[in-house]
Ligand binder design. Sequence first.
Ligand SMILES: Cc1ncc(COP(=O)(O)O)c(C=O)c1O
Length: 385
Amino acid sequence: MEQNLRTPGPTPIPTAVRDAQAQQMIDHRGTEFEELLRETSAGLAELIGTSGDVLLLTGSGSGALEAAVVNTLSPGDRVLVVTIGSFGDRFAQIATAFGADVERFEVEWGDAADPEVLRQHLASSDAYHAVLITHNETSTGVANPLRALAEIVRGAPGDPLLLVDGISGLGAMPFEMDDWGVDLVVSASQKAWMASPGIAIAAIGERARAAGERASMPRFYWDFAEARTWASKGQTPWTPAISILYGLRIGVRRLREEGRERTWARHAAIATGVVAGIESLGLRPVAPEAHRSSTVTAAWLPDGIEWGQFNAAMRAKGLVIAGGQGKWTGRILRFGHMGDVGIDEMADALAIMGGTLPEFGHAADGAAAADAARAAYQQMTTGVR
Ligand SMILES: Cc1ncc(COP(=O)(O)O)c(C=O)c1O
């Protein structure tokens, strides 16, 4: 049975990406690789909105988070981690593991960080060396108002660095690294970029690069200075995941062809469609409307439904979605919709879920949910409201 994979990464990858990833190996110290690396990083820089360096490293998104920390900070540096869910907590854990003096700016799960509250906090605290923020919190389906938060951080005492986990939003949601004053943002190939897992992406602004010269946290594999030296020759320091880079190049080409605004609008419209479908099934979305993620939709599990059994029943019908993480395990379900996705795949997923809910005592109409999703999507894409 064909799987309808609707987790928030890995995501289904286009056939052209699969074909590209199946190519024969090349020498990673040769000219073909140089072209591959240069085209992919330049395309990513354009999509992220930066004239700074984009380094492509072999590893997952968490590796990129670690790289962001160890290349900009020294043990004992005071940092503020704005956390609105499980991935914000991970950013804090990494900084703690490497000896930063971490303070958490915790927001209740399901909410976004409020720029005004952050402003007050920063104004009344001793200066921080860096502020770490998750753009799109995959564990709750909430998007932070990053542009506004970045503005607050830019005006904060001590002029802290702004390091952003952009892993599940970048490429799908509006992001202007240079204009917003983001110093460093990371992502990973398996998200909106439409490739398999394996390549970590780090976009590094000038202030973050300069901070690296002073930063003394231990690093070797993830050393940006080393990666930058090799990138200038069109290479990576260590043997890279060449196959994934082949796929990522195609994903980046496709996003450039679609155009950033169109990609962002498509994702926002799909998210609106998914929320309409979920509500039609009688489920309640987690995120407040103003802070809805365009790439992940989370909803509360109806009372009395046990996630493990419900999930198994959907998987038996080919639908693979995600459950809750950490303290929300068994409490929510999550749909991913990023990258190579249209409303039809999401309508199919909602129809399967709607067909499964009644088996668990929750009345629902899958076909009506699919229709509601399509209608809401169409309203957004045709501008009729
Ligand atoms: C916001 C966010 N941060 C970090 C990660 C961790 O990335 P990885 O699983 O590739 O290590 C993810 C992955 O889902 C994510 O969505």
